[in-house]
Design a protein. Structure first.
Length: 115
């Protein structure tokens, strides 16, 4: 059974940084398009970034230049480095894996940006 477990969230001041991790078990991360989504209170879940099987990356305009998605195939882990955090980045961040119509989600990790 494929499972995704996120970690690394927390409370951080505006301008700070965090690195989120998503460990995949039950399959290999390199076989999926891996993505990060986020859901702020009262909002719908939105796509943040993804990394394709070939390694190319894509970002939402709202995070471009501040967030970096990466993948460590040896650790079966996907990361989201988030810099220059803003209060509007406060959300639960979810890891997603998809391949050939199959989609898996983690349970999320909370990032709170506040002074």
């Amino acid at each position: 059974q494929v499972q995704l477990v996120e970690s690394g969230g927390g409370l951080v001041q505006p301008g700070g940084s965090l690195r989120l991790s998503c460990v995949v078990t039950g399959s290999i991360v390199s076989g999926y398009v891996m993505a990060w989504y986020r859901q702020a209170p009262g909002n719908e879940r939105e796509w943040v970034a993804d990394i394709r099987i070939g390694g190319s990356t894509n970002y939402a305009d709202s995070v471009k230049g501040r967030f970096t998605i990466s993948r460590d195939n040896g650790k079966n882990t996907v990361y989201l480095q988030i810099n220059s955090l803003k209060p509007e980045d406060t959300a639960v961040y979810y890891c997603n894996a998809r391949s050939y119509g199959i989609c898996y989600w983690g349970k999320g990790t909370l990032v709170t940006v506040s002074s």
